[in-house]
Design a protein around this ligand. Structure first.
Ligand SMILES: NC(=O)c1ccc[n+]([C@@H]2O[C@H](COP(=O)([O-])OP(=O)(O)OC[C@H]3O[C@@H](n4cnc5c(N)ncnc54)[C@H](O)[C@@H]3O)[C@@H](O)[C@H]2O)c1
Length: 253
């Protein structure tokens, strides 16, 4: 890469929450950023935040679980921004329920977005990374990978992403590509707000209850996760691969 070329990043699920904070942060690091989410128009705020700060961004609508949409989205990014060599697989959904009440559709939806989505995006983007002899993949795991009541689907997907990450690190290392996972604990976003609503608690009370159980005594913010992702996607993180970093305000086991 010449010193004037700009690396291109794709952040999935970047219309809001952790994905939006990550897109803004990677743009601040000098990346051109494809802000990908289900609905292209929902990406507008993130794109505007990036361009207002002088960065380059493109809104892309795609369902990461749909093979044809993933193919078209990555082709569009390559044509309009440049070949993507940084990929953050952040798109996610919850369909929480106790096992005996969990529908097959809710199992399939969660495994589809998190695992199949990360697989389809990574398989499609790696061609550009291999061609460039450089790549950075970060997958969003979760503290729920260690097990969490009501999340058989989600914890299986998030644990699966850790194995997926380590395998990508092994397969792609010789092409200059690293793969790492960031596993957040409680982060205040629409996702955790929806969980609070589902269990019948106000979001403020829900956050306070969570914070009291966290060693640093606060819940996480999207920027806490974006900071970790910025490290893993940096040009100087090339000897760090196959790792899982818990960003949870304390140790997890
Ligand atoms: N918030 C937390 O406490 C927390 C903790 C651990 C892990 N995570 C993970 O971090 C990631 C982001 O979480 P968040 O809290 O910002 O969630 P969020 O619900 O605020 O945002 C998720 C985004 O993903 C998008 N999305 C969903 N399905 C998609 C699909 N099929 N294709 C494209 N985009 C899709 C949504 O439209 C949304 O914009 C998720 O993978 C989540 O599982 C979050």
């Amino acid at each position: 890469m010449s010193s004037t070329e700009q690396r291109v990043a794709i952040v999935t699920g970047a219309a809001r929450g952790i994905g939006a904070a990550t897109a803004v942060r990677l743009a601040a690091e000098g990346r051109a950023v494809a802000v990908l989410d289900l609905d292209e128009t929902a990406c507008k705020d993130t794109v505007e935040a990036i361009t207002a700060a002088g960065g380059r961004a493109l809104a892309v609508g795609a369902d990461v679980a749909d093979e044809a949409q993933v193919q078209a989205a990555v082709e569009r990014v390559a044509a309009e921004l440049g070949a993507p060599t940084v990929l953050v697989n952040n798109a996610g959904v919850l369909r929480d329920n106790l096992l005996f009440k969990m529908s097959t559709a809710d199992w399939d939806t969660v495994l589809g977005v998190h695992l199949r989505g990360a697989f389809l995006m990574s398989r499609t983007v790696q061609k550009h990374m291999v061609d460039a002899a450089f790549g950075r993949i970060v997958n969003l795991s979760s503290s729920s990978a260690l097990g969490n009541r009501g999340q058989a689907n989600y914890s299986a997907a998030k644990a699966g992403l850790q194995g997926f990450t380590k395998t990508l690190a092994i397969e792609l290392g010789k092409f200059g590509v690293t793969a790492n996972a960031v596993a957040p604990g409680f982060i205040a976003t629409d996702m955790t707000a929806a969980t609070a609503a589902r269990v019948g608690m106000g979001f403020e009370d829900f956050q306070a209850a969570a914070a009291s159980q966290i060693p640093v005594q606060r819940v996480g913010r999207p920027d806490d996760v974006a900071n970790a992702i910025a490290f893993f996607t940096g040009d100087d993180a090339g000897f760090v691969s196959g790792q899982v970093l818990y960003v949870a305000g304390g140790p997890l086991d």
